[in-house]
Design a protein around this ligand. Structure first.
Ligand SMILES: Cc1cc2nc3c(=O)[nH]c(=O)nc-3n(C[C@H](O)[C@H](O)[C@H](O)COP(=O)(O)OP(=O)(O)OC[C@H]3O[C@@H](n4cnc5c(N)ncnc54)[C@H](O)[C@@H]3O)c2cc1C
Ligand SMILES: *[C@@H]1O[C@H](CO)[C@@H](O)[C@H](O)[C@H]1NC(C)=O
Ligand SMILES: *[C@@H]1O[C@H](CO)[C@@H](O)[C@H](O)[C@H]1NC(C)=O
Ligand SMILES: *[C@@H]1O[C@H](CO)[C@@H](O)[C@H](O)[C@H]1NC(C)=O
Ligand SMILES: *[C@@H]1O[C@H](CO)[C@@H](O)[C@H](O)[C@H]1NC(C)=O
Ligand SMILES: *[C@@H]1O[C@H](CO)[C@@H](O)[C@H](O)[C@H]1NC(C)=O
Ligand SMILES: *[C@@H]1O[C@H](CO)[C@@H](O)[C@H](O)[C@H]1NC(C)=O
Length: 594
């Protein structure tokens, strides 16, 4: 390493250490302060497990639109205002605020990672994964959601749910800061005749709309009256059944186990990895698995099967002759820090990803590929943080990524929108503290690899446009370690490359799939009720039977809202209406038509 790069590494490492220490401080001060003072009643109408994107939407609507009693039980701690700066998201990976899941060693993917294990960050904090995500807000293709419900809800109804969330629960703004790369990619898309994208869905490109309030990260949990409705640092171990009716949960709080009971229902919103784990620990899951572990079967269901994820590749694949973006150096510029805290603008508001695009590798109108454009690459921080977040082997780092130090890196990340590979999440013991075995079988389906190979070819096409050439873009010509035997940029080289540099976009879904009751793939019905048991619901990423066309946070919030509307609100007879004119028509339906 040249001395300048050593110096940069040193500086960034200091930042990483400061943030680690601060996260310790936030975590332990919440742990100590909540140990004795949290008021937990023995019984509520509803219990919500998990305060992430979905759990918080349900909690907010329960609090504002019903008089039911409820509690949100969250294993993580409360956040801190200083941690809400968008630029800090990557610092949460691998910290106390992350469940720190890893896949089991992969057969067709993650070869460049230590032990062939990809890391799969998921938020363990009030707000869940939305506290460390990239804040990108996109609705996706509504037709897909109509299919999930098998026609129970119309496209118009689901669209209203999105509008409702966008206007009442989230705060959205355009990206407040962008690099030269953002405009260059949009220029390239125009050169190649891709359309502009609106918030609704068609193929094309756009600068992101992000979930921020004045440049500060905004999550669905930010609406909650935390002291009144949320218990933090409490691990839910399992659901308690009486016969086949869920009557409550067992929790572990401050080293002590206790039970909380629910009169009307238990709602699992613990995310796509933890929800199936809790169900399996409670005896709801594949009979064979439960018998092996020694858990009495309450209901045999394909819980944990069908996990799928938006997989991509291409970090440091595109290099530049000149700086196109904020360097990690800029990040520690005090002026930029002030600009964030005073104006809510500048590099500290960066969501990481500036532009998204949807393309077809098959020349069809229905896209099968997403581009995420990031102003940084893996080598930008000289190995102080991102290398660990992605679990890159040292050898690969030295042979490939550290070679980009003398160029500038940016990333055009192609991602498979509708992967065919499916894996599973299985518990490995009866210990609620043990992580489950996550085997997503990334890229096990050949057509996923084909799509991604074509995606890389499209990236090359983009880099060859005038717009990208103008900012000095070119393709990294180094052979990826492990793929030296293949002629560079041939299909077999790319096949090798993606099997090595496999990247998740942290969108696991499908582990408690919604479907028709007589399908052997369904875990919940179209009312989000777990099949074959009473008063137990799942509403989070787990129920998505397939991946949306786009980032999934908005779709998860929409699903949570639909759940509330149809399974909770209709049972509550208090007339309630939002006084927002825009929604008069819709609310008229909700208030009086049901
Ligand atoms: C790094 C990253 C970047 C992302 N970027 C984007 C993006 O830009 N745009 C986008 O649309 N999506 C993005 N996503 C995806 C999106 O944020 C998540 O899919 C979404 O937040 C999941 O919502 P959820 O409600 O299903 O689960 P989560 O938000 O993960 O919430 C689950 C909650 O349950 C809690 N919990 C789990 N187990 C237990 C237990 N046993 N007891 C008590 N509590 C428990 C967890 O601590 C957590 O708070 C990203 C995700 C990640 C991780
Ligand atoms: C909610 O209000 C209804 C009608 O006023 C009442 O019957 C019900 O008992 C209330 N429920 C709770 C939990 O307070
Ligand atoms: C894509 O399809 C259009 C018409 O459907 C055709 O004109 C065009 O040549 C096709 N492009 C490629 C690259 O196959
Ligand atoms: C949305 O999905 C439907 C159903 O799969 C498909 O027919 C339609 O072409 C898609 N729309 C776009 C813009 O991709
Ligand atoms: C799964 O459990 C077995 C038996 O307890 C243990 O030996 C093994 O290490 C566990 N596997 C993982 C990946 O934790
Ligand atoms: C950038 O530098 C590379 C390597 O020196 C060179 O091949 C390429 O022509 C340059 N591109 C531009 C656009 O300046
Ligand atoms: C599920 O049903 C399908 C079609 O009905 C069948 O082919 C398949 O074997 C079944 N799977 C299991 C695990 O029972």
């Amino acid at each position: 390493m040249l001395s300048i790069h050593c110096f940069q590494f040193f500086l960034f490492s200091i930042c990483v250490h400061i943030s680690t220490v601060f996260i310790y401080f936030v975590y332990y001060s919440d742990l100590i302060s909540t140990k004795y003072i949290q008021d937990i009643k023995p019984e509520y109408d509803y219990i919500i497990v998990g305060s992430g994107t979905a759990g918080s939407v349900i909690a907010h609507r329960l609090a504002t639109e019903t008089n039911y009693t409820f509690v949100v039980v969250e294993a993580g701690c409360k956040s801190h205002a200083l941690l809400e700066a968008p630029v800090l998201g990557p610092f949460f990976h691998g910290s106390l605020l992350d469940w720190q899941f890893q896949t089991v060693p992969q057969k067709h993917a993650c070869f460049a990672m230590k032990d062939r294990k990809c890391k799969l960050a998921q938020g363990k904090i009030l707000g869940g994964s939305s506290k460390l995500n990239n804040m990108i807000h996109i609705r996706g293709n509504l037709s897909h959601y109509v299919n999930w419900f098998h026609g129970k809800h119309t496209k118009e109804y689901l669209e209203k749910q999105f509008e409702f969330i966008e206007q009442n629960i989230l705060h959205l703004n355009d990206v407040q800061y962008q690099s030269d790369l953002a405009d260059a990619v949009l220029g390239a898309a125009k050169e190649l005749n891709y359309a502009k994208l609106d918030i609704d869905f068609k193929s094309g490109f756009r600068k992101n709309i992000v979930s921020q309030n004045n440049g500060k990260r905004w999550c669905t949990s930010d609406n909650l009256d935390v002291n009144k409705h949320v218990v933090t640092n409490a691990l839910v171990e399992k659901v308690i059944f009486k016969g086949n009716t869920a009557i409550g949960i067992k929790i572990l709080l401050a080293g002590r186990q206790s039970n909380i009971y629910a009169r009307k229902g238990v709602i699992l919103s613990a995310g796509a990895i933890n929800t199936p784990k809790i169900l399996q620990l409670s005896g709801v899951g594949p009979q064979k698995l439960l018998k092996t572990i020694g858990i009495p079967v309450v209901k045999n269901l394909p819980v944990g099967e069908n996990i799928q994820d938006h997989i991509g590749t291409g970090l440091d694949f595109v290099l530049f002759n000149k700086s196109v973006s904020i360097s990690a150096m800029d990040m520690i510029n005090p002026l930029y820090v002030l600009n964030y805290f005073i104006n809510g603008k500048g590099p500290w508001t960066t969501p990481g990803c500036e532009v998204i695009g949807f393309l077809s590798t098959k020349n069809q109108s229905d896209p099968d590929l997403q581009f995420m454009v990031l102003p940084v690459g893996l080598s930008s921080d000289r190995g102080s943080l991102l290398k660990n977040n992605v679990n890159i082997k040292d050898e690969v780092w030295h042979k490939y990524f550290s070679k980009s130090f003398n160029s500038y890196v940016g990333t055009i990340l192609p991602l498979i929108l509708h992967p065919k590979s499916r894996g599973h999440v299985y518990i490995n013991s009866t210990d609620p503290k043990a992580p489950p075995l996550v085997d997503p079988k990334y890229l096990s389906h050949e057509s996923d690899r084909e799509t991604l190979i074509n995606g890389l070819k499209l990236v090359i096409k983009f880099v060859n446009t005038k717009s990208i050439q103008n900012i000095g873009g070119y393709i990294n010509q180094n052979h990826f370690p492990g793929c030296e035997q293949f002629e560079i940029f041939t299909d077999s080289y790319f096949d090798c490359y993606i099997k090595h540099l496999t990247l998740t976009s942290y969108h696991p879904v499908g582990t408690c799939s919604m479907g028709l009751p007589d399908s052997n793939k369904s875990v919940v019905d179209t009312s989000f009720k777990v099949l074959g048991v009473e008063k137990l619901y799942v509403a989070d990423a787990s129920v998505l039977p397939t991946l949306p066309s786009g980032n999934i946070n908005a779709a998860i919030a929409m699903m949570a809202s639909v759940f509330f509307d149809n399974s909770i609100k209709v049972k509550n007879h208090i007339p309630f209406c939002y006084k927002n004119d825009l929604f008069k028509e819709y609310l008229f339906n909700v208030c009086f038509d049901r």
